[in-house]
Design a protein around this ligand. Structure first.
Ligand SMILES: Cc1cc2nc3c(=O)[nH]c(=O)nc-3n(C[C@H](O)[C@H](O)[C@H](O)COP(=O)(O)O)c2cc1C
Length: 816
């Protein structure tokens, strides 16, 4: 069937964290610039897109969870699931760009499912599907896919107007190779204008400014950057003397974001000297300046042409200052934050350090509590996920705003984010649509991701603002095909936006341009690890505190976990539960929301169901909740049965179950008769013969330092709530040799036959919780190998069987 060229194109996106939205909108804008009539919608707005009449469709689709569609595509999938007509899309030609990550078992599942469904409904691809991989950098697939899309699109879609061109074309941008006038391999940054040989020492004064004192006494001291912390109360005294070697070998210096160390970056190598100065620790942290990054530019002078440079991101956002007055937040957290369920407040009530202070990772359990009148808000089972709204680091936010030339007063003024084209407010990125009453400080604190992997659109935009020709060239190089390796090396340094700006000091972009290219700050997700049956007003969760040094010895920290660690007072004693009992006015509130668990990674309601739990490291945490829940389920069931034995049935049905927060033994709303019926028990004796078999596979590095919840687990084992425990210790001598297990998958392999029998003969549910990158994939392969061996099926069929079990809730994964 021939289809006449369409005069309209629809671009849809399914996006969880903003990448797919950004890419889809860029495709849409470029299509318009190229003269196509294009419209862009989120997948769940399929009605607006009028798919029944759309002849040319492009979809950019990301994933979340374990190959699940993003939240804004769930309605879309539901809608399509119901459609059975094989000609529903026969009028439509489509192209799909998937954004996935090969660290996950179900790589690009959303894009693959979409393609399958579109084909079933008669749709025809006009351009081969692209499957980008976040593990190696989305750009590697996304950029060529978009570059070649236009040729394919010409064949199916009419241009309705003449194409407009940008000053720099998308491909084959040439620059004249210029001899480099500096022989350094790294860019000079914060002290660019100071001759390195003329530096004797640097000092930071009480205003937070860094001064460079010169060897030549006649040269007055140079002040590098002045950043005064508004609330600085005590002086910061910091004097560093550089030895000759350091001075001659110096290219740049920077103040560390977190430790207030001064770093000296060297010319010849990527090594960095860190000088820690005497510091009055009671002083507020100075505002960071960012850390200039090492970039190997040795090949740049040999390149005559840079190709595949992306277009300059369109200008979409405009900040409007509404008054000279300070913004007074009307809600907390800010209303521009959108979450899948209502945000509620819980108060920090306790913290426990689960690891030895010497352990490689610091693992914490945090407990938060809601007020008595709010306890109905808490509806979850152990294993259910919830999100935490965490702020970006205050210093980093101020540092970035200062770097952009925005002072203390201005950063707190009342602003609204609008579209540059007033008529097109719908074009605003989703996360800024509700930013109608906020401040620049609030936006950077809660709305924008300024610490995650940097993306080329940021560099491409900055290139437009680089006054220094060398910097502009470097930025374009990093965006180009020729600079792919250097871009990856830059990313590996895990720069913040401030670090990027410190590396390119001549760039002074307007704040609005950052809004155009930065993705939304994401809530952080954790699994609930307690049972409401045991703690009706509490939510407990455990995590590793993300703080580490990069290979360049630069300190890095996560957004949420160090914040929670600090809020809870950085507890130091292992295994001691430290209560945080503050008065009502002084309590520390955390903003949370419950996240519907699409896979039902929860303890089965039937106590007799056998379960296999596989959770190394913090992956064990929800299983502690499973065991706690089972123990309490039994306790409640026993109490209830006794009650029934003594009271007549009518009285029982009237009884208020409020002893347990009005929830049943499964943690859900129910009355006690239902509970007993669901559990399938008839008599008290029946209940006490109770638990199904439960087997926990756990893994840690060093039993003495990071065996999390050791006492609790052994307690469950001794009380019969847990039937079996197998532990792999990866850093034990001989681990991984001569059949000695190193990881949990090795343990499962050793017990292959018993695991198989439990799964097949006893219909056990298998739960896997933990790292998606190494463990979950290894475990999936191990389980497939077991099925393949004992069932006599191929490995591919075994993998299919596991997928089927996931659908049937018999093999459940909670991965990150
Ligand atoms: C929590 C989480 C789960 C993910 N699960 C998968 C997955 O199962 N399969 C896959 O291919 N990619 C997975 N990804 C990778 C995303 O699809 C990828 O990072 C994509 O760029 C995100 O695009 P977005 O920002 O538009 O949501 C996952 C990413 C996250 C953060």
């Amino acid at each position: 069937m021939t289809i006449n060229k369409s005069n309209k194109l629809v671009v849809l996106y399914a996006s969880q964290t903003g990448n797919a939205e950004w890419i889809a909108k860029s495709i849409n804008q470029e299509a318009i610039q190229r003269g196509f009539k294009s419209e862009c919608y989120v997948t769940d707005d399929y009605e607006k897109a009028d798919l029944e009449h759309t002849k040319v469709l492009i979809v950019v689709a990301a994933n979340t969870g374990d190959g699940d569609p993003p939240e804004n595509a769930i309605k879309f999938f539901r809608y399509f699931r119901k459609i059975k007509s094989k000609t529903f899309l026969s009028h439509c030609q489509f192209a799909i760009l998937g954004l996935g990550d090969t660290n996950y078992t179900n790589f690009n599942n959303t894009a693959k499912r979409m393609e399958k469904k579109f084909l079933e409904l008669g749709g025809r691809p006009f351009y081969e599907k692209g499957l980008a991989d976040d593990a190696s950098g989305l750009e590697a697939v996304v950029e060529p896919w978009i570059s070649n899309l236009w040729v394919a699109l010409e064949k199916v879609c009419e241009r309705t107007s003449t194409a407009t061109t940008q000053s720099i074309s998308a491909t084959d941008f040439s620059i004249k190779a210029m001899p480099r006038n500096k022989d350094t391999n790294t860019k000079e940054a914060t002290i660019e204008n100071v001759a390195p040989n003329n530096i004797a020492s640097t000092s930071t004064d009480d205003t937070g400014a860094t001064r460079i004192n010169h060897t030549d006494a006649s040269t007055p001291a140079t002040t590098v950057t002045t950043s005064t912390s508004a609330n600085a109360t005590a002086p910061i005294i910091k004097e560093i003397t550089l030895n000759d070697k350091a001075v001659n070998n110096l290219t740049s210096m920077s103040s560390d974001d977190t430790t207030v160390d001064t770093r000296i970056n060297h010319k010849e190598s990527t090594s960095v000297t860190t000088v820690t100065a005497a510091l009055n620790v009671t002083t507020p942290k100075p505002i960071p300046l960012g850390t200039p990054l090492a970039i190997d530019l040795s090949t740049l002078s040999t390149i005559t042409q840079l190709t595949a440079i992306p277009r300059v991101p369109s200008s979409v956002c405009r900040t409007t200052f509404h008054s000279i007055h300070k913004h007074t937040p009307k809600s907390f957290p800010p209303s521009f934050i959108s979450t899948p369920s209502p945000i509620f407040k819980a108060y920090l009530s306790a913290a426990t350090l689960l690891t030895d202070p010497d352990a490689v990772k610091r693992t914490l359990q945090i407990e938060v509590e809601v007020d008595e009148e709010e306890k109905e808000t808490l509806r979850f089972l152990p294993g259910d996920a919830f999100g935490v709204i965490a702020p970006n680091d205050d210093g980093l936010v101020r540092g970035l705003l200062n770097r952009l030339g925005i002072g203390e007063d201005e950063m707190h003024k009342e602003v609204e984010i609008q579209s540059v084209d007033d008529a097109k407010n719908g074009d605003l990125p989703s996360h800024l649509k509700e930013a109608k009453s906020t401040s620049l400080y609030e936006l950077l604190t809660y709305g924008l991701d300024i610490t995650s992997l940097i993306r080329k659109p940021l560099l491409r935009m900055l290139a437009e603002y680089a006054v220094d020709a060398e910097e502009k060239k470097t930025l374009l190089f990093l965006c180009s095909k020729q600079g792919l390796g250097q871009f990856a090396a830059l990313r590996n340094q895990l720069p913040t936006v401030l670090d990027i700006l410190a590396t390119f000091p001549s760039c002074q972009p307007p704040f609005d341009r950052l809004l155009d290219v930065l993705l939304p700050l994401q809530p952080r997700h954790y699994s609930a690890i307690n049972s409401l049956l045991a703690h009706p007003r509490s939510l407990h969760f455990a995590f590793n505190v993300v703080e580490f040094k990069t290979e360049f010895n630069v300190s890095k920290r996560g957004v949420c976990t160090p914040w929670l660690d600090e809020l809870s007072g950085k507890v130091t004693e292992r295994g001691v539960r430290v209560g945080i009992n503050k008065s009502k006015d002084e309590r520390v509130a955390i903003s949370l929301f419950l996240k519907p668990n699409t896979h039902e990674f929860n303890v089965p309601s039937d106590l007799k169901r056998d379960i296999i739990m596989i959770g190394p490291g913090t992956g064990v945490a929800p299983f502690l909740g499973f065991l706690q829940h089972r123990e309490w389920q039994l306790k409640i069931l026993n109490e209830t049965m006794e009650h029934i034995a003594h009271v007549n049935r009518k009285d029982v049905s009237d009884k208020d179950a409020s002893d347990h927060n009005g929830i049943d033994a499964n943690g859900r709303d129910n009355d006690e008769h239902d509970v007993i019926n669901q559990a399938g028990y008839k008599t008290t004796q029946d209940i006490s013969s109770s638990y199904g078999e439960s087997w926990l596979f756990y893994g840690c590095r060093d039993k003495s330092k990071d065996f999390l919840y050791k006492d609790e687990i052994e307690g469950y084992l001794s009380r019969g709530v847990l039937s079996r425990l197998s532990v792999a210790v990866s850093r034990e001598p001989g681990a991984g040799e001569n059949g000695k297990p190193k990881y949990v998958q090795d343990l499962v392999k050793i017990h292959a036959k018993e695991v198989y029998e439990m799964i097949y003969k006893k219909d056990a549910v298998v739960f896997v919780c933990g790292d998606a990158k190494g463990m979950a994939k290894g475990m999936n392969d191990t389980l497939a190998a077991i099925l393949s061996e004992y069932n006599g099926i191929s490995h591919a069929d075994a993998l299919k069987q596991l997928l089927k079990w996931t659908d049937e809730k018999k093999y459940l994964l909670d991965l990150w």
